[in-house]
Design a protein around this ligand. Structure first.
Ligand SMILES: Cc1cc2nc3c(=O)[nH]c(=O)nc-3n(C[C@H](O)[C@H](O)[C@H](O)COP(=O)(O)OP(=O)(O)OC[C@H]3O[C@@H](n4cnc5c(N)ncnc54)[C@H](O)[C@@H]3O)c2cc1C
Length: 176
């Protein structure tokens, strides 16, 4: 049984690692030609649990996960340059349809299950729920300055309402 995962973001890569750990075959299809370490900060807030708050650089986390997927599932487990444009499901499984960078049709992919990990503008979701419309969101302004070591916060500093929300968190050491 092959699981077809659409999207090589954090959700898709973590899903691939977990399913592989459980002994399931998976293939990950990503629309970008090249997966680069993009993004700024991710914060896993404490939210009442006994775990500490974790802050990390989104791109670096994705890079770690991508390398782990390629090491454990094989160098071809993540197929880039594949943008999902449709899928069909029947009693035997699912057929996923992809196009390449120039919109050219690529060979369809067959699997037992399709996992949609294609992010906030999910194509799969919009095909399943066409009447839903775009996601609701609030604007957040972010910046990632490089600070001298002596100025780096070691934990999150936050100002809360009634002032506007503002927080500063140490994310990652600068890459050489
Ligand atoms: C480039 C980028 C930078 C980000 N930076 C931040 C950040 O700094 N801070 C933050 O909090 N969140 C950031 N996010 C969002 C954050 O990564 C996600 O909200 C969160 O990690 C959930 O991950 P996800 O795997 O569900 O979605 P995402 O991380 O958004 O990954 C979805 C993946 O699916 C791919 N994809 C989308 N549509 C298709 C399709 N039709 N076919 C094939 N592949 C498809 C996308 O290219 C992407 O790689 C960023 C997302 C991206 C894509």
């Amino acid at each position: 049984m092959t699981v077809v995962i659409v999207g090589a973001g954090i959700g898709g890569l973590v899903t691939a690692l977990r399913l592989h750990h459980e002994g399931l075959d998976c293939e990950v299809y990503e629309q970008s030609e090249q997966i680069r370490e993009l993004g700024v900060g991710l914060n896993a807030l404490q939210a009442g649990f006994s775990y500490p708050q974790l802050s990390m650089h989104r791109g670096q986390l994705q890079g770690v996960l991508l390398r782990a997927v390629r090491e454990r599932l094989g160098p071809d487990a993540v197929r880039t340059g594949h943008r999902l444009v449709g899928f069909e499901q029947d009693a035997r499984g699912v057929r996923a349809d992809f196009v390449g960078r120039l919109g050219e049709a690529l060979d369809p992919v067959h699997g037992a299950v399709l996992v949609a990990a294609d992010g906030i503008h999910s194509t799969v979701r919009s095909l399943l729920f066409p009447e839903e419309g775009p996601p609701c969101w609030n604007a957040t302004w972010r910046d990632m300055p490089t600070l001298p070591t002596r100025c780096r916060p070691t934990s999150t500093i936050a100002c809360r309402p009634p002032a506007r929300w503002c927080s500063a968190t140490a994310m990652a050491a600068r890459k050489a």
